[in-house]
Design a protein around this ligand. Structure first.
Ligand code: ADP
Ligand code: MG
Length: 238
């Protein structure tokens, strides 16, 4: 490829990113605007129902800004991973502890399975933490989207030795699953089926981090049955 072509492609990618980001930010600003409008109405009419509804909108959109800025920060950081030997169970335990109360508050069965005696591997622990957090967050979103759920929903995070010598992380849910068109676009930047609530950055970021580790990420999903994401990491990112 010529230098010029590469440069043109790079500029196009930057343009697309900026366009997608502006769109997301515009949506959040719109949500905040709407929330404040409802709040103002509640104040004017001294009506708690309006106040609660407006507050919920403002809250939700502030949460979205937090997620978006964290995702972007992490995305910027994927350029410089800091590898060191880490117990592969560690990031999984951290994410499990962090998300446990949220999953259980919604009545989900949240399970962590860590194989014993796993050897340390070279990884960026914050990066892998971020990957697992994204997968678990998506699984919880999926459970919430399938409500009213028939029967108890389960999310399983597991860590085991990979056949290739590294480690294998799995995040599986028993929720809605995905159809083929969704599966095909899953990792694309800004691809989301969550409308206003999604950013479409989580999986793109996850894949970037996994690839930096020279690992692989795969998904197995069936509509109505559930999804299972598998990350395989080599013992070192060579
Ligand atoms: P976001 O969560 O902001 O939508 P992601 O990149 O994390 O962005 O995910 C992209 C899309 O992949 C989601 O909008 C959803 O359609 C699909 N997806 C990801 N994980 C799951 C899952 N566990 N179950 C069902 N759909 C999923
Ligand atoms: Mg997500």
């Amino acid at each position: 490829k010529s230098r010029q072509l590469i440069e043109a492609e790079r500029l196009a990618a930057v343009g697309e990113t900026v366009a997608g980001l502006s769109h997301t930010i515009k949506n959040i600003a719109g949500g905040l605007d709407g929330g404040m409008f409802v709040l103002e109405k509640g104040i004017e009419l001294e009506d708690t129902a309006y106040l609660q509804q407006g507050w919920k909108l403002v809250r939700g959109n502030v949460d979205r800004i937090k997620t978006l800025s964290l995702d972007l920060l992490n995305f910027a950081k994927t350029d410089r991973m800091a590898y060191r030997p880490v117990d592969p169970g560690q990031p999984a335990r951290e994410v499990f502890d962090l998300m446990r109360s949220r999953a259980e508050a919604h009545g989900m069965d949240f399970v962590l399975e860590v194989e014993t005696g796993l050897a340390p591997i070279q990884m960026d622990p914050a990066g892998i933490h971020q990957c697992l957090l994204n997968l678990v967050t998506n699984a919880i979103d999926a459970v919430l989207d399938t409500e009213p759920a028939d029967g108890e929903q389960r999310i399983t995070v597991s860590v085991s030795a990979a056949e290739s010598g590294g480690v294998r992380y799995r995040v599986a849910d028993t929720c809605c699953g995905m159809d083929e068109p969704t599966k095909a676009r899953l990792f694309q930047r800004f691809f989301t089926t969550k409308g206003e609530r999604g950013t479409g950055i989580g999986l793109m970021l996850t894949r970037t981090i996994v690839h930096r580790h020279k690992g692989t990420i795969d998904v197995d999903s069936q509509p109505g049955k559930g999804s299972c994401f598998t990350i395989n990491l080599p013992d070192r990112p060579r």
